[in-house]
Design a protein around this ligand. Structure first.
Ligand SMILES: NC(=O)c1ccc[n+]([C@@H]2O[C@H](COP(=O)([O-])OP(=O)(O)OC[C@H]3O[C@@H](n4cnc5c(N)ncnc54)[C@H](O)[C@@H]3O)[C@@H](O)[C@H]2O)c1
Length: 379
């Protein structure tokens, strides 16, 4: 089995999710390539220590990412740091010749993303992808296969979103994800938007324009020191876009990203309504895919129990349910499979490409303008 030696820069929530996925790589039965974490970097030594405690393979621990990038034993890096650092860190990694999985939004704003895109264009030898695990749930994979088989007929409407409750509690102290300086003007769109865009963009549905309504529902939060601090970022965003299907027919596409979503803890959803077939899935009922095939006569939704039908084969028996950490493992399998084979195992089992992430920046930038001017903005 080929080994790709990884450095992890940013050992917080997502950095450690990767560590955990790498630690159970044996769960994937057909992979011919595996990650080995050899170097870690975080300004918080306790988080780097977590990697030292769990991975005998880690031989470099540093608080300076330049040192990690100078390490010739590192082939690839996963960078999971606050958004204000993306452009600097990602460009440095690409220039150092390291394959890169970068976290979304892949630049704090469109200018930062363009800087990263220019750097990628100058270094075609480096493989670069953006993290988003949303399509790797079995139901999403089946929807992807249905799209490839053109099962839906003419697309009538598509609704995609990511709703969660991380900011429902108004007494929750502020953190970097709620500060413009670190999180950026996109707010919840930068945090959650790429997940909601991943399937529609991979389907080839490019938004032509957007009308956005953005909400800052909780404008200040406890600062953790007994006072209050302004909470400047958008909590919720609803985007209504005109998109076109592969035959050039326009249809409405909504992308919703909410951090204050009553009734939701962490809900991904996708609904596709077509003239022949419709499908809807929500991670609330993670293994339930609903499909309506219209052949004339009565309309009836079928409720299908999805099992563990993963894009990248795993040990778990086919009838067992999938979860968040399974989708993370699948996303990493997709990254390494593509490093090894030059393309994903199937169209909807690939990580977000730099072009797709650039499109998300066009959309979120147009959404900011739309909200500001109360108008429909072209992309
Ligand atoms: N794919 C997903 O589902 C998902 C989920 C959450 C967050 N994210 C993304 O992951 C990235 C990180 O988010 P997180 O939730 O892991 O945040 P986090 O705060 O848990 O982790 C970020 C880490 O970066 C470290 N860091 C900050 N400055 C640094 C520097 N100069 N050098 C080295 N390390 C530094 C921090 O100490 C921290 O440990 C963001 O881009 C976020 O949007 C993705």
């Amino acid at each position: 089995m080929k080994t790709v030696r990884f450095g992890v820069i940013g050992c917080g929530l997502m950095g450690r999710e990767f560590g955990s996925a790498a630690a159970r790589w044996c769960h994937l039965t057909d992979m011919t390539v595996r990650p080995e974490i050899v170097a870690v970097c975080d300004t918080n030594p306790q988080l780097s220590q977590w990697f030292k405690d769990h991975f005998a393979s880690v031989s470099q621990v540093t608080a300076d990412y330049h040192e990690l990038l100078a390490n010739p034993d590192v082939d690839a890096v996963y960078i999971a740091v606050p958004h204000n650092l993306h452009a600097e860190f990602y460009c440095a990694a690409i220039k150092a010749g390291k394959h890169l999985m970068g976290e979304k939004p892949f630049g704090i704003d469109q200018a930062a993303n363009e800087t990263i895109s220019a750097c990628i264009a100058d270094h075609p030898e480096v493989f670069v992808r953006c993290s988003s695990e949303s399509p790797f749930f079995p139901a999403m994979q089946l929807i992807g296969r249905m799209l490839e088989a053109e099962a839906f007929g003419r697309i009538i409407e598509v609704n995609s979103g990511f709703l969660h409750c991380s900011d429902m509690d108004v007494t929750k102290p502020i953190n970097w994800k709620r500060l413009l300086k670190f999180n950026g003007e996109y707010g919840c769109m930068g945090d959650l938007g790429m997940h909601a865009c991943h399937m529609p963009f991979r389907a080839g549905w490019v938004p032509k324009n957007v009308r956005a309504v953005l909400s800052n529902i909780v404008p200040e939060r406890p600062d953790g020191k007994g006072g209050m601090a302004p909470c400047e970022t958008w909590d919720n965003a609803t985007l209504l876009c005109t998109a076109a299907d592969s035959d050039g027919n326009d249809f409405p596409l909504t992308i919703k990203t909410q951090r204050i979503a009553p009734g939701h803890k962490n809900t991904w959803y996708l609904e596709i309504l077509g003239t022949k077939t419709s499908a809807r899935w929500s991670s609330k009922q993670i293994n339930t895919l609903e499909i309506l095939e219209y052949t004339g006569g009565e309309q009836a939704w079928q409720v299908i129990d999805m099992g563990h039908e993963m894009a990248y084969k795993s040990l778990t028996g086919g009838i067992f349910e999938a979860g968040f950490s399974d989708s993370i493992l699948q996303m990493w399998a997709a990254f390494l499979y593509e490093v090894e084979n030059g393309k994903p195992i199937s169209r909807f089992a690939g990580c977000v490409t730099p072009d797709e992430v650039a499109l998300s920046h066009q959309l979120f930038t147009a959404a900011l303008e739309s909200h500001k001017t109360n108008t429909v903005c072209p992309l």
